[in-house]
Unconditional design. Structure first.
Length: 251
């Protein structure tokens, strides 16, 4: 009798899925969910009945019109933060260059810890020679360029220099038009020979005084300069490919 009494008082089953032992028959699925297993009649026209919206909970209070949720406006993306700005670069080297060339030193700045000089093209070689001979920048890291088609002088030549004695790196820049040639610095740094040829090959910038200015990556007969902004990303010299390789480029 005690076990029968405990079974009736225990509201929870001992195992998952086990019916409550209350001495009564377990409720059916229809009794638990309120659903009916009898088929619903098909309306005329052969269309399935529309799904009815769920009825509100018996104890729920209906929302007032002003309390109903209204769609929220789309969130606007935050404005892009301003990038780092260039800072003036004050240094003894800059002071000596300005004392020698005056306004020919157009700008001396530092961007993200990288010091640079922007020079008038007319003093580029003299300034580079002074930096090499008197400021001990004996290592020419690279000669490169950037193409700005919208500028009056669209080709910016960049000399990247390093001083082992000072453990210092600087960038020297000067801008040129299509008709102008940058000065060759092979007489200052011998490694400029191949570096200037690469800039000539990729940008078409000529270097006055170079001992052997010709292409170094592309064939001599190639038309165009791939690192110019107006050179298409898949563009190539169709005529050269057809004449020299005997095939259509496929572009």
């Amino acid at each position: 009798m005690a076990d029968e009494k405990n079974d009736r008082l225990n509201p929870h089953p001992e195992k998952p899925g086990e019916a409550q032992r209350t001495g009564e028959d377990a409720p059916t699925l229809e009794q638990w969910t309120g659903a009916t297993s009898s088929p619903q009649p098909m309306p005329q026209g052969g269309q399935a009945p529309a799904t009815a919206s769920p009825a509100p909970h018996p104890g729920a209070t209906p929302l007032k019109p002003e309390e109903k949720e209204t769609p929220k406006p789309a969130a606007h993306a935050p404005s892009k933060p301003a990038g780092p700005a260039s800072q003036p670069w004050e240094d003894e080297l800059v002071a000596r260059l300005r004392a020698r060339f005056g306004s020919g030193v157009r700008e001396a700045g530092s961007y993200l810890g990288q010091n640079y000089l922007v020079l008038d093209p007319s003093i580029a070689y003299q300034s580079l020679a002074l930096i090499h001979d008197e400021e001990e920048f004996e290592y020419l890291v690279d000669v490169t360029a950037v193409h700005y088609p919208e500028r009056e002088s669209p080709f910016e030549v960049v000399w990247i220099l390093y001083s082992f004695a000072k453990n210092q790196r600087i960038r020297v820049k000067a801008c040129y038009t299509e008709a102008e040639a940058a000065p060759s610095v092979v007489s200052l740094w011998a490694t400029a020979n191949w570096l200037e040829r690469e800039v000539f090959d990729m940008f078409g910038i000529r270097f006055d005084g170079h001992p052997d200015l010709r292409r170094i990556l592309l064939p001599d007969g190639w038309q165009g300069h791939p690192l110019r902004k107006d050179y298409g990303i898949i563009q190539q010299d169709q005529e050269w490919v057809k004449i020299n390789l005997g095939i259509e480029s496929g572009q």
